[in-house]
Design a protein around this ligand. Structure first.
Ligand code: G3I
Length: 358
């Protein structure tokens, strides 16, 4: 019986050879291996690969396709900010956030929340209300509670407080700190602490982050955040991680200038904090091949930093296509900051990230 099967196989091969040609069958090139994606390559390092996203762009098939295939996390770019989610004193609007959450759920993606306490995108009704600090404290406490409860168990992490420091490490003057503030004007990081305590009480399972820009290197601002983080950890204030935004500019940044970044990340990691790269982009003043190439080496270097630091769990770009980027609206004559171009084609920056992950 065994011999019969063997002979039948040989006969079948001979038959195929005669009719279709032996050489072609033996020498046909193997089909090219399918190119990996960022999310697949990042999985090997246990890194979540994210992007900021906006629900209005989900109408574009290419936007949806790239978002779902390349990223394992999204973060609403604007739709959970105070003015959008809480547009009137007694009205909350979760529509944009809910659409993004449902997209993420159907594509096996995580969602990270942004942001509960920030001095920008504060609604007019609040900035013109002339609250006392005690009244403002109740507004903020209720806001944190309502928004976090709506997403409890669905959003696994939040930027609780965003950009509370000036570049020199002093506290930024804001509606929440001292204009009029929630009761801790002049008290340094006390108001930040209060926000984290309300956040923990609202959703005990969410990972709570402090998030800021120009803090990638060791400087006055990152020193101030480090001092706050160390103090919070020592006193049991519920801070779980630090978000480093990484809005880079090719005129000022290059891989060598990230020299102190690994050391900076190390000192925060040593406090037991999770590190997230939250808003990566590299803006350019032209889209020439040379600029795109230098941009790719920065994307590569930043990705390597995250891969090399075990506490770095999230690598997230602030959007993914140059078609929908905040950069030209904020920096005249600058653009081209993201890993996909305006036609959703992969740029050298994309391959810079992918190469560092592989
Ligand atoms: O949606 C409204 C639209 O209805 C209106 O017609 C239009 C008129 O100006 O404004 C639209 O809102 C804009 C919104 O983006 C959505 O596109 C706001 O004007 C504009 O100010 C807002 O900009 C956002 C910016 O934060 C606000 O400060 C950017 O998209 C967003 O990328 C940017 O993100 C910040 C992070 O939250 C924190 N870190 C820095 C980062 C870059 O600035």
């Amino acid at each position: 019986m065994r011999g019969f099967r063997f002979n039948a196989q040989i006969l079948a091969s001979l038959f195929l050879c005669i009719f279709f040609g032996c050489r072609a069958r033996v020498n046909a090139p193997a089909p090219p291996a399918p190119e990996s994606t960022l999310r697949v390559a990042a999985e090997a390092h246990r890194i979540t690969i994210g992007t900021a996203a906006h629900s209005r762009y989900l109408r574009e098939p290419e936007y949806e396709a790239v978002l779902a295939s390349e990223f394992s996390q999204l973060e609403p770019e604007n739709e959970l900010k105070f003015a959008v989610v809480h547009p009137a004193p007694d009205r909350y609007d979760f529509s944009g956030g809910d659409v993004l959450l449902s997209f993420a759920e159907s594509h096996d993606m995580l969602v990270r929340g942004h942001t509960l306490v920030w001095h920008r995108q504060v609604p007019q009704w609040l900035s013109s209300a002339h609250h006392t600090p005690a009244q403002l404290a109740m507004v903020l406490r209720d806001h944190i509670k309502r928004v976090m409860l709506h997403y409890a168990g669905k959003l696994y992490a939040w930027d609780v407080v965003n950009e509370a420091f000036n570049d020199d490490g002093s506290m930024r003057t804001t509606v929440w700190y001292d204009q009029p503030g929630i009761g801790y004007a002049g008290g340094g990081t006390r108001y930040v602490e209060q926000a984290f305590r309300w956040a923990r009480a609202s959703d005990p399972k969410a990972h709570l982050f402090y998030n800021d820009y120009d803090t990638e290197q060791i400087n006055a601002k990152s020193d101030a955040i480090y001092a706050m983080a160390k103090d919070f950890k020592a006193r049991g204030v519920p801070l779980d991680g630090i978000g480093f935004q990484f809005h880079l500019d090719l005129r000022f940044d290059n891989p060598n200038k990230l020299a102190s970044t690994a050391e900076n990340m190390r000192r925060f990691a040593a406090l037991g904090l999770e590190i997230n790269i939250t808003e990566l982009d590299v803006r350019l003043s032209d889209g020439s091949p040379a600029s795109l190439h230098s941009q790719a080496s920065l994307y590569h270097a930043v990705t390597k930093l995250c891969v090399a630091q075990p506490a770095c769990k999230v690598l997230q770009a602030w959007g993914f296509t140059d078609k929908h980027s905040w950069i030209p609206g904020f920096f005249p004559n600058m653009d081209w900051g993201l890993p996909f171009d305006k036609d959703y084609k992969k740029k050298p920056a994309y391959y810079g990230m992918l190469g560092a992950l592989q």
